[in-house]
Design a protein. Structure first.
Length: 313
């Protein structure tokens, strides 16, 4: 019996142990041989896929750009009819007119507020003045008024003029006295000067004592006017109203107050430069008269300048 393997039989190869031991230490199995190269057919498929895919991506990017370009392109201008165009133009003109009116109303309101505040400030400053005149020419009639109120203190206190004093002065500061002449007449005159808000000037010739009291009360009424209507005169100035326009009414108002409030006989003023000529005189007449001339005597109200009534809480 032969020891050679039978014909057509593969030789028996002993299995390779995963480890072998040398000197008691395991040694790794032999490294595997390099893997075979991938098949050429697989590489061809990959190259074809990539070659076809890149153009598709490029095409997709182009399509996306075209779509986005169409979305953000400037729209076509609307086509308006003649009626629509005319209506739009009318609205633009109307709104422009409205804005112009709003600006004008705002400017007018700001101007009136400024005038009101400025006039109030001027009046307050003048009324707070403590300026006193320097007497220059003594009164021909003496240093006291005839009657039981020689310095006018009782009457002045009764009307609230507690800081006012009478100065007996026949010089130029007394704008109402024009006596001292040898013309056969006797004169009496007084003056209130706003530069001295706490002073009344009085002077008279001998023989004119009977009308001194009436003139004194008239001048005290000018003090009253100054206290209550000084701001009104500044507002009249702002309105372009010259004092010469209302001076006659101003003087008549003082005399009529003396007559209707304090009982001075109206005849005492009949032959004077300031007769009481206001029929139906009433408290507040001079303010109403200035307003009738165009003076704005009330503090500006924003609501009066609104084009459309505002909604307020």
């Amino acid at each position: 019996m032969s020891d050679s393997p039978p014909l057509n039989q593969p030789p028996i190869v002993a299995p390779v142990a995963p480890f072998s031991f040398e000197n008691g230490e395991p040694s790794p199995s032999p490294l595997p041989t390099d893997p075979p190269n991938p098949r050429r057919r697989g590489r061809l498929v990959l190259i074809l896929v990539l070659s076809v895919g890149l153009p598709l991506l490029a095409l997709g990017g182009t399509a996306g750009y075209l779509v986005l370009s169409g979305a953000f392109a400037d729209p076509e201008p609307p086509h308006l009819s003649a009626v629509q165009s005319e209506r739009i133009e009318s609205e633009v003109i109307e709104r422009s007119d409205l804005l112009g009116t709003l600006d004008a109303q705002r400017d007018e309101y700001n101007t009136e507020v400024s005038q009101w505040e400025q006039s109030a400030s001027w009046a307050a400053t003048e009324l707070e003045s403590s300026a006193q005149p320097t007497p220059s020419v003594s009164n021909p009639g003496g240093g006291a008024m005839p009657g039981d109120d020689p310095y006018g203190r009782a009457f002045l206190d009764s009307i609230g003029a507690t800081d006012v004093t009478v100065v007996f002065e026949a010089g130029p500061e007394n704008c109402g006295y024009s006596g001292g002449h040898d013309d056969g007449y006797v004169y009496a005159g007084g003056c209130f000067n706003g530069a001295y808000p706490n002073t009344l000037f009085m002077a008279w010739d001998e023989g004119a004592e009977d009308i001194v009291r009436s003139i004194f009360v008239h001048e005290a009424m000018h003090w009253y006017q100054n206290e209550h209507y000084l701001q009104a005169t500044y507002l009249a100035d702002f309105a372009g109203i010259d004092s010469s326009t209302y001076n006659e009414r101003w003087e008549a108002d003082a005399s009529c107050r003396a007559v209707y409030v304090y009982g001075i006989p109206i005849e005492d003023y009949a032959d004077s430069s300031s007769p009481c000529t206001i029929n139906g005189w009433y408290e507040g007449f001079i303010g109403d008269y200035l307003a009738s001339l165009g003076a704005k005597l009330t503090e500006p109200d924003p609501a009066a300048f609104e084009l459309v009534e505002a909604s307020r809480p």
